[in-house]
Design a protein around this ligand. Structure first.
Ligand code: SF4
Length: 331
């Protein structure tokens, strides 16, 4: 390949850097045009990634503080009451254990500690427990706290900020159009509402998507637009991992090449956002996992909420082999 061919999509990088995104036509072309060449596309995404993040990579490890038995019927989710396997369900960990895990994260050098609680809403009972434990963590350890605990009222968002929470995770998962296909117990607009409430209260926003359920390319474009609109600071991109008993009717057949194109699309559409390769990287990117770090600057290790994944050591090796630098590990 000569150099001009290699840089044939550099105009997309220029556009992303100068205008903060690329056109809808180019977004669609990345996903749908069979003549799009992957290597030049990865280069264009890398140009943008390098501009904002150099070769730095953040590793994230989730603390699943409460798991399973959620009232909702999200068709992809192993924590739904319809799907929760006995082994994957447990109530909120004791305060003592939560504090111990926070201490371990701090001692391991975490910049941010991320705690996930299953369930539709934060709810009256949990909000006070969560705030109390966050206050104790913040008094003891100098690190940021990210919480994921479902839908929020404006008052709950305010209480989280007062307790010292820095970032709130609430995933969009898919587009508004596709949402009824994956969930019937709540609406997409309620998810967006929670994100706005968290943002208005002063929290940073982490909001992810799941690719490979039943969405169209137009749905993926809508996800990039919505996430840009809510100014998501961090976007985890999951690739659908079918759990036993899931109710997604026609999962998309994901290939490593398609997953990489999706990641390039998100990087070019949201140049400054922390872009995280999330669930399904091992399953769907397979031997091309390291290529994902050309568009993405962040990834999970040690598995996901209810499924396993590569260890921290294996993930560090992947980054090292690529010649990239580990910026930090957040436990
Ligand atoms: S609301 Fe969250 S935890 Fe509950 S089923 Fe849906 S995705 Fe899973």
């Amino acid at each position: 390949m000569n150099v001009s061919k290699f840089t044939k999509y550099s105009h997309l990088a220029d556009q992303a850097l100068s205008q903060g995104t690329i056109s809808a036509e180019d977004k669609l072309r990345i996903l749908d045009d069979p003549d799009i060449e992957l290597l030049p596309l990865l280069w264009a995404a890398y140009e943008v990634r390098f501009h904002y993040f150099k070769n730095n990579v953040r590793i994230h490890i989730i603390d699943n503080v409460q798991s399973g038995l959620c009232s909702e019927d999200c068709a992809y989710c192993a924590q739904s009451k319809n799907a929760t396997h006995e082994d994957a369900a447990y109530p909120m960990k004791s305060e003592e254990l939560i504090l111990k895990e926070a201490e371990q994260a701090y001692k391991a050098g975490a910049f941010r500690h991320c705690m996930v609680f299953s369930g539709r809403d934060v709810g009256k009972n949990r909000i006070h427990k969560i705030c109390e434990v966050v206050k104790k963590i913040k008094a003891l350890y100098s690190m940021e706290i990210c919480v994921s605990a479902g839908m929020l009222t404006p008052e709950e968002a305010r209480l989280l900020v007062e307790a010292g929470v820095n970032r709130y995770n609430h995933n969009l998962n898919t587009s508004q159009r596709a949402y009824p296909k994956i969930c019937t117990t709540h609406q997409y607009v309620r998810r967006v509402e929670t994100i706005h409430r968290a943002r208005s209260a002063g929290l940073d926003i982490c909001s992810g998507v799941i690719i490979g359920m039943e969405e169209s390319s137009k749905d993926i474009l809508d996800m990039t637009s919505e996430l840009a609109e809510v100014k998501a600071d961090s976007v985890p991109v999951n690739f659908f991992m079918p759990i036993p008993g899931h109710r997604i009717k026609n999962p998309r057949k994901l290939t490593p090449g398609y997953c990489l194109k999706v990641l390039c699309l998100f990087r070019l559409a949201m140049p400054k956002t922390e872009l995280r390769v999330a669930g399904g990287r091992e399953m769907h990117l397979r031997s091309l996992q390291s290529f994902a770090l050309y568009p993405a600057n962040s990834l999970f290790a040690n598995g996901y909420l209810t499924t396993g994944g590569d260890s921290v050591e294996a993930t560090k090796k992947l980054i090292d082999d690529l010649g990239f630098d580990i910026e930090r590990i957040d436990y």
